[in-house]
Design a protein around this ligand. Structure first.
Ligand code: TRP
Length: 336
């Protein structure tokens, strides 16, 4: 990279669930926190996406603050990256509308997340917001003309749609958007459910004991680790026949920074009980600084509002530039 060229722009977003688990942390957030050192990073909390399924407004507001506090506690330093709330920035929904005009309905109907969510819907009501969800997500990305979009495997299809739409816009009007690169981090540890180690750790895990939340009290974390499913035999080895033990080894490795092979030799001959105790200790130790930082800031609305304000300011600058370009190309008369 030459000296003059600005750092590449990273954008990623997450819904304001108000909770994060160790899978989110080791699989994504720790990786984002490293990216801020060498990239211009925008991290959005996407409240507009959150209303595409039934929800409670007061809960959404709380969860949005909680999510922000959690990100900061996890090490996303607002001095080094732009943390913003989607609804604070004009342009996301505007651009989604324009992209919608270029997107065949069939392409949206074929999205696996739409199919899953509409099948799982608790009532017969399926809002068109759910169908249009990927348009808003494409707008989130293109509005910042992002170079890199770090997402999990489950969002790959949405990012591909975004790439299609960027190309389509460029062809229909003229070269406008960078076609962003999908960036699925390989480095992060993939933590699985403690109760069903074939599936990834998830907040929608039917047995909540399979999911370790960053804000779970130490005793809860210990209990969950202790009750993790293990495999037959007593060897502590990361092998395909031992998904439970492999998962605990991955978790211990992520928490302690030690290689799985080292851990295998250290626990050679030790029983599952001792091993699990060590895993629990390491998990508790790993989340401690996050919990401490969270405790300091989560009730400080003034501080959190300030972070949102700064983030929105920076995000809006970049968003307006792109939006006015898009409006011009689309043939809208400029507002003077
Ligand atoms: N759909 C993403 C998820 O559920 C969240 C998201 C919304 C997103 N807009 C985005 C992710 C833009 C990356 C870029 O995880």
């Amino acid at each position: 990279m030459s000296k003059e060229s600005p750092p590449p722009v990273v954008l990623t977003c997450a819904q304001p669930s108000g909770q994060l688990h160790l899978g989110n942390y080791f699989g994504a957030i720790r990786h984002w926190a490293r990216l801020v050192e060498s990239h211009t990073c925008f991290f959005g909390i996407v409240d507009l996406h959150a209303i595409t399924v039934p929800y409670i407004p007061a809960e959404l507001r709380k969860a949005t603050y909680r999510s922000l506090a959690l990100y900061i506690a996890c090490g996303l330093d607002p001095k080094k990256c732009h943390l913003f709330c989607q609804s604070h920035v004009i342009g996301h929904t505007e651009l989604a509308w324009i992209l919608g005009a270029l997107c065949p309905i069939g392409q949206l109907e074929r999205m696996t997340q739409f199919k899953d969510k509409s099948q799982r819907a608790e009532s017969s009501f399926i809002g068109s917001g759910l169908l249009n969800y990927p348009l808003l997500m494409a707008a989130d990305i293109l509005l910042y003309n992002a170079d890199l979009v770090p997402v999990g495997e489950d969002q790959k299809q949405h990012v591909e749609l975004c790439r299609d739409l960027a190309q389509k816009f460029n062809q229909t009007y003229s070269e406008t958007f960078k076609v962003p690169d999908l960036h699925i981090p390989r480095t992060g540890a993939r933590i699985k459910s403690l109760q069903d180690p074939e599936k990834k750790m998830s907040k929608s895990d039917p047995t909540q004991s399979g999911c370790l939340y960053l804000l779970d009290p130490p005793e809860t974390l210990r209990k969950k680790v202790r009750s993790a499913v293990t495999d037959s035999g007593s060897e502590i080895r990361a092998t395909e026949e031992k998904p439970g033990i492999s998962n605990l080894l991955t978790l211990l490795s992520a928490c302690s920074g030690r290689a799985v092979s080292d851990l295998e030799s250290e626990f050679d001959g030790a029983g599952y009980g001792t091993f699990k105790d060590t895993v629990a200790d390491a998990v508790i130790e790993a989340v401690k600084p996050i919990q401490e930082r969270y405790a300091e800031i989560h009730e400080d609305k003034g501080y959190l509002d300030e972070v949102f304000k700064e983030g929105a300011g920076k995000a809006q600058q970049r968003a307006y530039r792109m939006l006015s370009k898009v409006y011009r190309k689309a043939g809208f008369v400029s507002r003077t």
